[in-house]
Design a protein around this ligand. Structure first.
Ligand code: NAP
Length: 299
């Protein structure tokens, strides 16, 4: 079997084109565009490249965006004060405020993320937004989780009654994705409940023991770890959908967590790296930014 490719780049392009029209409608109604402010701390090349992708996507869909560069030496207190100042609109309206991760090790990341007002938290990392998602009434769904769900819906890969195995339990990917796919519809999925919810989900991590024993049970296998080649062909059930969230740099090349060539001989569907989940994450950020702007204008 040769797996069908889940082309995240193409789907993100389609989503962006439809968002562009919604942004124009917003701009016509309110006389201004949604605005995203990204705080970029330090000079890590990977972070700078992610922020550039976000700025370019914002320009494509017609969202105003600004990057606020901060020295790597900034303290937790400096960053909390900066986020609060951005939220106070002294620098103009900021519908969405995003702090690019990771922050330098001396910074208390949780304290900085908690300073982002929950109604502008377009990454969906604030505890209020995490809590709303866990209760099945999300406001901002973390972008990568939302992007994976959207890929499954778009490819008409059924989730209801299926077994999803997610490798990785981070607050930004694994946990929100598990909540989303196990939700009762409609949470993120179409109102007719045609996909993206009602799965049975297993979350794996570094202490899971026999990982292959668990991953082989998956109808849908998601790798969100950050270890190149962790998921090998013998860990995948024939015909399963394999979603590779991992981004790793190996000898200057971007690769995921999945051993792509051999796994694509076993899987029914597979997402590539690059060109899979990454562009979807950025598209969902644009969607969350428009939603933030709309929420702030509701009476
Ligand atoms: P993270 O916070 O470091 O979490 C990694 C998870 O993987 C942890 O739960 C860890 O287990 C688990 N893990 C580590 N080694 C393992 C092993 N040998 N077997 C099973 N589980 C193992 O990472 P993250 O922020 O979720 O990101 C994960 C990957 O996704 C990274 O490569 C990141 O760059 C990428 N990413 C991509 C996108 C995108 O848009 N495509 C967005 C976000 C992240 P413990 O909890 O036990 O430590």
């Amino acid at each position: 079997m040769t797996a069908r490719m889940l082309d995240g780049r193409a789907l993100a392009g389609r989503l962006e084109r439809s968002l562009q029209q919604e942004v124009e409608t917003f701009a016509a109604m309110f006389g201004r565009r949604p605005r995203l402010v990204v705080v970029l701390v330090g000079d890590m090349a990977a972070s700078a490249s992610y922020v550039k992708s976000k700025s370019l996507a914002a320009a494509r869909v017609g969202i105003d965006s600004d990057v606020v560069p901060v020295a790597a030496t900034a303290s937790t207190a400096d960053l909390v004060a900066l986020v609060k100042a951005l939220a106070s609109e002294k620098h103009g309206p900021a519908d969405g405020i995003l702090v690019q991760l990771p922050l330098p090790p001396h910074v208390d990341t949780v304290a900085v993320l908690d300073a982002v007002p929950p109604d502008r938290d377009v990454d969906g990392f604030h505890p209020e937004n995490a809590g709303l998602l866990s209760q099945g009434r999300p406001r901002f769904i973390p972008c990568t989780a939302a992007g994976v769900q959207r890929m499954l819906i778009d490819a008409e890969i059924p989730t209801a009654g299926k077994h999803v195995v997610i490798v990785g339990r981070s607050d930004i990917v694994g946990k929100p994705l598990a909540l989303l796919l196990a939700s009762r519809p409609p949470v993120g999925c179409p109102p007719d409940g045609t996909g993206g919810c009602d799965a049975s989900v297993t979350i794996c991590h570094s202490r899971s023991g026999d990982l292959g024993h668990l991953t082989r049970q998956a109808d849908i296998l998601v790798a969100a770890v950050g270890r190149p080649g962790l998921i090998t062909a013998d860990m995948v059930r024939k015909g399963a959908a394999v979603i590779d969230v991992g981004i790793n740099r190996v000898e200057g090349k971007l690769v995921g967590d999945v051993d792509y060539g051999p796994v694509s001989e076993v899987a029914g569907w597979i997402s590539p790296v690059p060109g899979g989940v990454g562009p979807m994450t950025v598209a969902m950020l644009m969607s969350n930014t428009l939603l933030a702007a709309e929420i702030r204008r509701r009476p």
